[in-house]
Ligand binder design. Structure first.
Ligand code: C5P
Length: 219
């Protein structure tokens, strides 16, 4: 069957403070252009959800739809804009995408219908006590054993993900990613080893790290 890459790229980039995040450049190339180019070799088509009023730059080989107020809403619109059997969802904000991860995800999803990149948590996890500011107080320790940090890409059967999105919208359920919607529906999601390179560019510090990486890798 056909596979489409769906890239939610309609975020405003508030925490980064550089305008719509997908259009921010790293070493002369936007986060969005990097994500599109990284995925194009593995799929039949690439669709991106953009902020209203913005268009794809020339040379970015993808189809654009207007995004929504939330990531979940943007992905829902992308799902309606393709008829592919399999969809690979990837945040524009994760510009470094190892081939190994894409291939492993496509293989896993062919078996289970749902798979996501994820990494075992390496840091100590702690909940804070409320009400102490500035700074916070150490509250209760959360054992990190068995905990994974979920990344994208995530790969699904389109029909199953669309059904999950439709049910979530109807019932007012929200999740921060698509695997969370499948799991909420009782579906099984396979975890595939992700990569530290798949970090999400969120803060100015992340952008500096991305710049350094891009200059090193592309030099
Ligand atoms: O805000 P955050 O970094 O979690 O966003 C993850 C991805 O979802 C980004 O690529 C962002 O552009 C996208 N997004 C979207 N529509 C929104 C909010 C975020 O497509 N309304």
């Amino acid at each position: 069957g056909r596979t489409a890459a769906l890239i939610p790229a309609a975020g405003s980039g508030t925490r980064l403070g550089r305008g719509p995040k997908a259009f921010v450049e790293v070493a002369g190339r936007s986060l969005l252009a990097r994500s599109v180019a990284a995925l194009a070799p593995y799929v039949d088509e690439v669709l991106v959800a953009l902020p209203a009023g913005l268009a794809l730059s020339p040379g970015v080989n993808a189809r654009a739809v207007v995004g929504a107020d939330t990531r979940q809403g943007s992905v829902h619109r992308l799902l309606h804009a393709t008829s592919a059997d399999t969809v690979l969802i990837h945040d524009a904000a994760r510009p470094f995408l190892p081939e190994r991860v894409v291939l492993a995800l496509l293989e896993a999803a062919a078996e289970t219908g749902a798979a996501t990149a994820a990494l075992p948590v390496a840091d100590t996890l702690v909940g804070t006590e409320s009400g102490d500011s500035p700074g916070r107080l150490w509250g209760h320790l959360v054992p990190r054993e068995g905990l994974w940090a979920v990344q994208t890409p995530q790969v699904f059967t389109r029909a199953a993900l669309l059904a999950a999105h439709t049910a979530a919208e109807r019932e007012g359920f929200t999740a921060t990613d698509d695997a969370g919607l499948i799991a909420w529906q009782g579906g099984r999601v396979r975890l595939v080893p992700g990569d530290a390179l798949l970090f999400k560019v969120t803060t100015p510090g992340d952008l500096a790290l991305a710049e350094a990486l891009a200059r090193n890798v592309e030099a």
